[in-house]
Design a protein around this ligand. Structure first.
Ligand SMILES: NC(=O)c1ccc[n+]([C@@H]2O[C@H](COP(=O)([O-])OP(=O)(O)OC[C@H]3O[C@@H](n4cnc5c(N)ncnc54)[C@H](O)[C@@H]3O)[C@@H](O)[C@H]2O)c1
Ligand SMILES: O=P(O)(O)OC[C@@H](O)[C@@H](O)[C@H](O)[C@H](O)CO
Length: 375
């Protein structure tokens, strides 16, 4: 069985690629990073190390690597015969991987050979984002036929994989916890060990994004303002821990109301997540978790989406608004989006800048309460 995985980064090597290889797939990593691809091409194996006291580690051997720009022909050949195609490149990169996937799907039109395509990104319905991008490279008739043999389930992926600092640059240090939840819509989804399949993925995605990622963002943006460099350091600050808990209590209220999650189970879910953030065997840089603030302030994302939904329910999410305010102050000079956001704030002021990234009107109460005159 063949799997093509786009993005041989932290999640690619440390989570999705590892699970696929463990499930018996030969994994072809496709990436645009020259050094990474050449290292993978020269290696026979790499190890996934668990950040824990026992220090377990696992060898990954069944892989190949192709440069997705320089070796496009080889990539299309792999894509044409793969049983599964996955991505972990960042949701904003999906339009860039779409053309080559579309090209390979067109090549399957003759054989109708089944394939499952899954975007494993932090986004609500990432695979739908990919299929929107795919359709720009296909005719209506091609897309209709492709859907008879290809399936495109959405998925939620959860495993904290920090920026790596390993002696062997291909090895990856990951937290032991992982969850890969896949929408149960696929006709012939090939088995993946460790993944689980659900009918109500929307609830799982929002629970993950609005708890793990909203909580992470709260720790990172408040932590950055207080000069911390890692999430682990920031969480030792009781004021930041309190901000995190208040933020997750707001998103928890939303999730329980919207999806009926059990009060006690959700409280336990939050406790587990905070202890995962604080894992002393991990060093997770705040600048990784806070990366791309403009994306994170987007309308469908971890901060603004739950805040808007809570406002719709008639409450004012004060803690979430404080995280949004802190995100607007994120000015890390090596993060392109942080630089652009700060430029836009300098040029137009915070109200216009936040209205622009969220797509909300300037007089919207979320904008006014986060950074406007009623802040
Ligand atoms: N790291 C985590 O803890 C974590 C957990 C869950 C989900 N995610 C999500 O997984 C995705 C990847 O995150 P990551 O932490 O692995 O990032 P990463 O930067 O480590 O890896 C991304 C990889 O994608 C590659 N890439 C970029 N553009 C590409 C293109 N056009 N074609 C092929 N490859 C391309 C990069 O070179 C890089 O190797 C993101 O959507 C992220 O939100 C991350
Ligand atoms: O990857 P991002 O930038 O969307 O979010 C940063 C972190 O919150 C994220 O990578 C988490 O570590 C991950 O989502 C845990 O499953």
């Amino acid at each position: 069985m063949l799997a093509v995985h786009f993005g041989a980064g932290n999640i690619g090597r440390g989570f999705i690629g590892h699970l696929l290889a463990d499930s018996g797939y030969e994994v072809v990593f496709a990436d645009i990073n020259d050094d990474l691809i050449s290292q993978l091409q020269q290696a026979d194996s790499y190890r996934v190390h668990y950040a824990e006291a026992e220090g377990r580690s696992y060898e990954v051997t069944r892989f190949k690597a192709v440069h997705s720009a320089a070796e496009k022909k080889a990539l299309v050949n792999y894509l044409e015969t793969a049983e599964i195609v996955t991505t972990a490149v960042g949701a904003h990169v999906l339009p860039h991987v779409a053309p080559v996937i579309a090209e390979s799907l067109k090549k399957r039109l003759g054989s109708s050979r089944p394939v499952t395509v899954i975007a494993c990104e932090n986004a609500v319905n990432g695979t739908d984002m990919l299929t929107d991008a795919l359709q720009k490279h296909l005719t209506g008739a091609e897309w209709e036929k492709i859907q008879t043999f290809a399936s495109f389930p959405n998925a939620a992926v959860d495993r904290i994989v920090p920026v790596q600092n390993m002696d062997n640059p291909l090895d990856v240090l990951v937290e032991p916890f992982f969850e890969w939840t896949i929408e149960n819509t696929a006709g012939s989804l090939p088995p993946i060990e460790g993944a689980h399949y659900v009918d109500n993925l929307g609830a799982y995605i929002e629970r993950k994004l609005f708890t793990v990622n909203t909580g992470h963002a709260a720790a990172a943006y408040h932590g950055y303002q207080k000069g911390y460099t890692t999430v682990q350091e920031a969480l030792k600050d009781t004021q930041i821990l309190k901000e995190l808990q208040e933020t997750l209590s707001e998103t928890g209220a939303l999730l329980k109301k919207k999806y009926g999650f059990d009060e006690k189970e959700h409280a336990e879910y939050i406790v587990t997540i905070i202890s995962r953030f604080a894992n002393e065997y991990l060093t997770d840089q705040i600048t990784r978790v806070a990366r791309q603030p403009m994306k994170k302030l987007g309308p469908a994302e971890r901060l603004v989406s739950p805040a808007l939904q809570l406002i719709d329910y008639g409450t004012t999410p004060e803690a979430l608004l404080r995280v949004i305010r802190a995100a607007m102050l994120y000015d890390f000079a090596e993060d392109e989006e942080a630089v652009s956001l700060q430029e836009s704030i300098r040029k137009d002021g915070p109200v216009k800048a936040l209205a622009s990234v969220t797509g909300l009107p300037e007089d919207h109460q979320l904008i006014q309460k986060a950074v406007g005159t009623s802040a």
